[in-house]
Design a protein around this ligand. Structure first.
Ligand code: SF4
Length: 378
């Protein structure tokens, strides 16, 4: 039963030094043709698997707001034509970069039903912003968030990064202080991961990237948890924090291991028990759609064993953890019949705990999440 949709706009005006997302420079791309191909994929997808009262739509990238007003109108018309029916309190998110978002665009989004904006801020340190390849600056964030509030957005999220090259604990604390002053509803905060084929990867291989190191990274995460709690943002996932009632319903779809559409180049879907990957390169994406109506390059039927693994692998990211009774309702088997050994081992290491009908990460486990999640792959 599909209740969530992700749509991917793979265009950016600049390429950040750490980014390994599926994206290309905006200039010179066949944007209208790409949007037309997405329209076809969207139409065919909902025809073959009609949605059940959608509860979330998430437009990510790339930078979706790099589209011109006319292109945005075309895109939003497709979305509002095909992604129906919806729950009355549908969460409709657009990712955006501060600085490239005039008020008219925000108004256009609001008029089309978008009710949540997620801003890629990363840090409020202008020197660091330059170092990581972002073109916006601290002042642009203030301006854009003011515009968003004036237009009427009441659910704004900010993405932050830590463990950036040369970043100190003090500089991260400064960014957090400024972020809290903006009084937004939601934060995501991720540590920098150096991915292959990025500018940072090449610098690292040449010994020219000065990262803060694991110990400092752990101190920054500890500071993040303390400061979020102090400012009444409740942690509901390893890297996500929200005011009460503003948790990202879309991301919870992933962590609850529920099904979703993934529309656009390089997007992934989980539909009818199958995990599906779309072609990544834009030209390949468009030619696949022209030939068959769908851009698929890989389709995997997920076995019951894999579904159970994913339930733990994804669900343990949530701070509430994995519900023991829900697992039984979903699979007709006790979580302990399947994972007793792994659960015991992780409890012994002090990384997870069982309480009030849930299996969840301990405080220490939050620092070693990846190690814990891997342990549940049978
Ligand atoms: S704006 Fe986002 S998608 Fe584009 S290069 Fe930067 S991090 Fe990647």
């Amino acid at each position: 039963m599909v209740q969530a949709a992700y749509l991917h706009i793979p265009f950016c005006e600049q390429i950040c030094h750490y980014c390994d997302f599926n994206k290309v420079f905006f200039q010179g791309q066949p944007v209208e043709e790409y949007l037309q191909a997405m329209d076809t994929e969207l139409r065919n997808t909902v025809e073959s698997h009609p949605p059940q009262n959608l509860k979330t739509i998430f437009v990510g990238g790339g930078t979706p707001t790099v589209l011109t007003m006319k292109q945005l109108e075309q895109f939003l018309t497709s979305i509002n034509q095909y992604l129906l029916p919806r729950q009355p309190n549908l969460e409709f998110t657009f990712e955006a970069n501060p600085g490239d978002l005039p008020k008219e665009k925000l108004q256009l989004l609001a008029d089309a039903g978008v009710n949540r904006i997620s801003f890629g801020v990363q840090t409020f340190d202008d020197q660091l912003l330059e170092k990581i390849g972002r073109t916006h600056r601290r002042k642009d964030v203030f301006q854009t968030i003011e515009f968003a509030k004036e237009v009427g957005f009441k659910n704004i999220s900010i993405d932050l990064m830590y463990a950036l090259p040369t970043q100190t604990l003090e500089s991260f604390k400064d960014s957090l202080d400024i972020a809290f002053s903006l009084e937004v509803e939601h934060f995501s905060a991720y540590s920098l991961i150096i991915e292959p084929k990025t500018v940072f990867y090449n610098l690292m291989r040449r010994g020219k990237l000065h990262l803060p190191g694991e110990e400092n990274e752990a101190c920054m995460y500890e500071l993040l948890l303390e400061e979020m709690s102090k400012h009444n943002y409740s942690q509901y996932e390893i890297s996500n924090f929200a005011k009460k009632g503003f948790e990202s319903q879309h991301n919870l779809t992933y962590w609850n291991n529920e099904e979703y559409y993934g529309i656009g180049a390089g997007a992934h879907s989980y539909i009818g028990g199958k995990r599906i990957s779309n072609a990544g390169p834009i030209k390949k994406y468009m030619s696949n759609i022209a030939e068959t109506g769908f851009p698929y390059v890989e389709i995997n039927q997920i076995s019951v064993k894999e579904k159970m693994e994913e339930e733990l692998f994804l669900g343990l990211r949530k701070i509430e953890g994995v519900s023991i009774s829900h697992f039984y309702e979903k699979f007709g088997k006790s979580i302990f019949d399947i994972f007793q050994e792994q659960i015991n081992e992780q409890i012994k290491k002090g990384l997870i705990e069982e309480s009030n009908g849930f299996i969840r990460l301990t405080h220490q486990g939050k620092f070693l999440g990846n190690e814990v999640f891997q342990a549940f792959l049978l």
